[in-house]
Design a protein around this ligand. Sequence first.
Ligand SMILES: NC(=O)c1ccc[n+]([C@@H]2O[C@H](COP(=O)([O-])OP(=O)(O)OC[C@H]3O[C@@H](n4cnc5c(N)ncnc54)[C@H](OP(=O)(O)O)[C@@H]3O)[C@@H](O)[C@H]2O)c1
Length: 257
Amino acid sequence: MYLGLDKGIALVTAASRGIGRATAERLAMEGMTVIVASRSVGSEREDLGEGHIVPIEVDLADADATAALVDTVVDAYGSLEVAVLNTPGPRIVPALGTSWSDWQAAHDLLLRPVVQLGTAAAKQMQKQRHGSIVLMSSTWVRQPAAGGVLSSAYRSAASAFVKTLANEVASDGVRVNQVMPGATGTARMHGIVEMKARNNATAVDDEIAMVVQDIPLGRWAEAIEIADTVAFLASPRAAFITGTSLSVDGGAVRAAH
Ligand SMILES: NC(=O)c1ccc[n+]([C@@H]2O[C@H](COP(=O)([O-])OP(=O)(O)OC[C@H]3O[C@@H](n4cnc5c(N)ncnc54)[C@H](OP(=O)(O)O)[C@@H]3O)[C@@H](O)[C@H]2O)c1
């Protein structure tokens, strides 16, 4: 399906690997110039399909650098058509095992960058009178899980923020949506099952089987499957979709809505 994203400028944060990287590659394959912002992204511009990937080194824990990111992109490229607000995942820890510094660190990586980047991107897109913002979230907003309290709590706030933003900027031609991945086979997911295997004195394959047994489609996602969904929501093909939250989870969330 032709998505009509070609020639635009996209910003994808936390995108040196995993879901962020897959999303950046997907948008570049559509013909976009995609600025990928992470701590370790290298310095080489890459050509991919009809598009390009341009690295920019940013630590999302640095509030000033994060606040300046959208302006840096617009100063260099003149516009911003798509902003994918991806962040690193927080520590996996039971609610009663958290320290206050865990909450502060998760706030500074999961919520503050989303508010800073979402606000800056929405203001730029209002001026342009077009643009699309996609928050990378998690099914743990809809269905909290053991060890996921930092993710569920701050992503719920981020989710409310983007829903409100969607209502505020719709009349300016700007759309804001949220993708909620379930378990996805990235370095983070492999790290989580390895940690569980160590803690439970089990085999990694057994821990993977435990994750997968709760997924009706019988496997976890590939990062490209999340990226495909983001690309669709970001594109003019989703022109009548705003303020929505789309789970990409193989059926793992049991609630009807
Ligand atoms: N994988 C899953 O099953 C799953 C499910 C639901 C939700 N999610 C969420 O989706 C997001 C992406 O997950 P993933 O699995 O792709 O994670 P991942 O493989 O661990 O990749 C994380 C990305 O975040 C970047 N990053 C880490 N710390 C950063 C910082 N301080 N500043 C800027 N960038 C930083 C990393 O690059 P650098 O190290 O180069 O900075 C990397 O590109 C996370 O929020 C995760 O919680 C994942």
